[in-house]
Design a protein around this ligand. Structure first.
Ligand code: ZN
Ligand code: ZN
Length: 353
């Protein structure tokens, strides 16, 4: 079944006769269209891509399975007319993506134009399809992972005390782009010393010094697909705390990487690593989930963390990234990406740890 057919088979169960797709990764996944403005209207028999004049030619080339139609203005201005063509009575829309303001305008337009259409908020119709990767997707992710590996190896080679975080981040970004990455999927992180205690720190003008942890979290993008890799380095002699915490986080990561199996929930996978960090007395310092799916988006399904009830399945790609963060001192995070196979996670990043 192709992606469109898989989605259509779900609409019936949701009581919908059409779905408006507006989330840009979902739109890209279903249609192939990569423009930054567009909507899909999908019914059992029609698949329409609505976009403005800037993207019409691109849409025709990228989305051959869709009828491309040119629209002007905001959805409330053209959606009632388009829905009338498709003949929908219950139209789903993506609740995570349509703003309350846009929703109100659409609702008002439907009333004004006397279109008897029920708008139904939906969540998680396309995302579960995206979570399970096809062969071609895994190939692109593997390429993006290899670029991140290479950029991290480069960072290791050139990092020197006295360098600023921003200078190192820029060297890494250049390496990624020269290696073939498009714009990196997220702002690269180089966080030294106390800055590393912030899991999503921004590179600053702080200079790197011997003996302190440097968290480097980077990713490449190839063919639309992201990678995500973190290593924590220490130049010179690490102190006792660095050694202790590094070994703890690494052990937690290795246990998770060898113990995760399909059929586990995201919470069960998370607990493999969390249990080890908790037993060492650092549970409070591991304040984020163990990992997340990676694909067209850097953070997507599945989620691996406390409360994550989604079951992991083979052919999902996700990160395994335990960390501990000590305010005033710094952080240790070790992150790899893996493809879940029948025998467990197969790492896609291979940078030495
Ligand atoms: Zn990361
Ligand atoms: Zn990550």
């Amino acid at each position: 079944m192709n992606r469109l057919e898989q989605l259509r088979s779900q609409l019936v169960g949701e009581g919908l006769d059409a779905l408006l797709v507006s989330g840009c990764e979902n739109l890209n996944y279903l249609s192939g269209f990569t423009g930054s403005a567009g909507f899909l209207l999908i019914s059992p028999t029609r698949a329409i891509l609505a976009t403005d004049f800037r993207y019409i030619e691109q849409a025709k080339v990228q989305a051959p399975l869709f009828e491309v139609t040119e629209v002007r203005g905001e959805p409330h201005q053209w959606l009632p007319g388009l829905v009338a063509k498709v003949g929908s009575d219950a139209l789903g829309f993506e609740a995570r993506d349509i703003t309350v303001a846009a929703y109100r305008k659409i609702e008002a337009a439907l009333v004004r134009e006397e279109v008897g259409l029920k708008l139904v908020p939906t969540e998680g119709l396309v995302e579960p399809l995206r979570a399970v990767k096809e062969y071609e997707e895994v190939k692109l992710i593997t390429n993006a992972a290899a670029l991140a590996d290479a950029a991290l190896a480069h960072a290791r080679k050139i990092v020197r005390p006295g360098m600023t975080e921003t200078a190192l981040a820029w060297e890494i970004e250049k390496c990624l782009r020269e290696g073939g990455s498009s714009v990196p999927p997220f702002d690269l992180i180089v966080a030294s010393g106390p800055n590393g205690a912030l899991p999503h720190a921004r590179p600053s003008e702080r200079t790197l010094s011997n003996g302190e942890p440097v968290v480097i979290d980077i990713g490449a993008r190839v063919g639309g697909y992201a990678s995500d890799l973190t290593r924590t380095l220490c130049m010179g002699e690490p102190d006792g705390r660095f050694r202790e915490l590094y070994d703890l986080v690494l052990n937690a990561q290795l246990v998770a990487l060898s113990g995760i199996r399909s059929g586990m929930t995201g919470e069960q996978a998370d607990s493999l690593a969390r249990g080890i960090i908790q037993d060492a007395g650092y549970g409070h310092a591991f304040g984020h989930g163990l990992g997340h799916g990676v694909g067209l988006a850097t953070h997507e399904d599945p989620r691996l963390g406390p409360g994550a009830s989604q079951e992991l399945q083979t052919d999902m790609v996700f990160t395994v990234e335990p960390g501990v963060y000590i305010p005033g001192w710094g952080g240790i995070r070790i992150e790899d990406m893996a493809l879940l196979t029948a025998s467990g996670p197969r790492p896609l990043t291979h940078c030495p740890k």
